[in-house]
Write a protein that binds this ligand. Structure first.
Ligand SMILES: *Cc1c(COP(=O)(O)O)cnc(C)c1O
Length: 355
């Protein structure tokens, strides 16, 4: 598959937001990338055009039956001023491997990677320079066919928007989060959409997150949908637990999203000679480990925050304090990954591509 990307430049560039106050996902760049798909014709009309509202038929399938998924990747400006993409092809491959679960087509990963790289080149000057900032890349795939029958749509739009983002924590230091262990609602069930970056998973997670926030927590810990006993993810991040000298993360399955950050941390940990185990972790095991002092750290991993340390896990009948603030393991992976991304540490695994 070969796609020529047409470029139509904006004649009204936007004012740039201050780098000290970017937040997350609030500002968008001047251009976006669009690709159309039609059954029988395939992907066509790849174009970079001025950022703006999409025209969708009110009957578009995505608005009714939720055929939608997305990705989240980053371009980072190194300390040397060079803009580099972090594992972009892996994100494009995840979109392609997840789309069939929603009966959606996706472009070949290398084709999408090249088109996104072209977009980031056009928007190069939007990539912020300050520490802990990045250009967040949001590819989104939606069903656009105007038809109310329940079946997979025959027309799709893949669009990519870019957002300069600041530190997830609003500062230079990691901020530990307090977590509510959710035992009633479920993010993902076996046989469902949990391993796909489907918008529907996020819709399913909102109410528990809102309730947790109202009760003074930052996020929820998701357990398995059948027994509410096995740990799966924390908020919209993968989960890591430090038990003694062992780094443990829930094994991937159809209820856990295969995070690129998760994979990166596992790779870095093994390169350090740490014991990393991917296996089921039960709430009972965590409870015992906390009592015995074996539970050293809990943290989440994801593109947006990179690493998010957990200071407390609270269930209906128990409050488990984890370590004392930001643990050394979480901090060291944050420093190593962001160092690689900014070009201050060697990229021995070949994760970066200069644009
Ligand atoms: C995106 C996402 C993650 C993290 O994936 P990364 O590739 O590391 O950004 C983890 N869990 C869920 C549910 C996600 O949607």
């Amino acid at each position: 598959m070969n796609l020529e990307v047409r470029i139509e430049r904006s004649s009204t560039p936007k004012p740039r937001p201050a780098e000290s106050d970017l937040g997350f996902g609030r500002n968008f760049t001047d251009h976006m990338l669009l690709l159309d798909y039609a059954e029988g014709r395939g992907w066509h009309d790849a174009r970079i055009v001025p950022y703006g509202p999409l025209a969708l038929d009110p009957a578009a399938a995505v608005l009714h039956y939720g055929q939608a998924m997305f990705e989240g990747a980053k371009a980072i400006r190194g300390d040397d001023g060079v803009v580099r993409l972090f594992r972009l092809e892996r994100h494009c491959a995840r979109l392609a491997s997840g789309a069939p679960r929603l009966c959606m087509p996706a472009p070949e990963p290398a084709v999408l990677r090249d088109a996104i790289t072209e977009l980031v080149r056009v928007e190069e000057s939007w990539v912020p320079r300050a520490r802990n900032t990045a250009l967040y890349i949001r590819p989104t795939l939606v069903a656009t066919e105007a038809f109310l029958g329940v079946r997979p749509a025959t027309q799709y739009l893949l669009y990519v928007i870019l957002s300069p983002v600041g530190s997830y924590y609003g500062g230079d230091t990691l901020k530990p989060v307090r977590i509510w262990v959710e035992t009633e609602q479920t993010r993902a069930a076996h046989g469902g959409l949990g391993s796909v970056k489907a918008g529907a998973n996020y819709a399913a997670s909102l109410q528990a997150a809102v309730r947790a926030k109202a009760a003074g927590f930052d996020q929820v810990l998701w357990l398995d949908g059948a027994q509410h006993e096995t740990l799966e993810e924390v908020g919209t991040m993968n989960l890591f637990v430090v038990l003694g000298d062992e780094l443990v993360t829930p094994v991937l399955g159809d209820t856990v999203l295969a995070g690129v950050t998760r994979d990166s941390i596992i790779t870095l940990a093994r390169a350090r000679g740490l014991t990393v185990t991917e296996r089921p972790v039960s709430l009972a095991e965590i409870g015992d480990a906390q009592r015995s002092g074996l539970l050293k750290e809990v943290f989440g991993s994801g593109t947006a925050a990179v690493v998010s340390p957990v200071s407390e896990l609270v269930t209906r009948d128990r409050r488990m304090v984890v370590g004392d603030g930001v643990g050394p393991v979480a901090q060291s992976f944050y420093d190593e990954l962001t160092g690689i991304q900014r070009g201050t540490r060697p990229d021995v695994h070949g994760w970066l591509t200069a644009i």
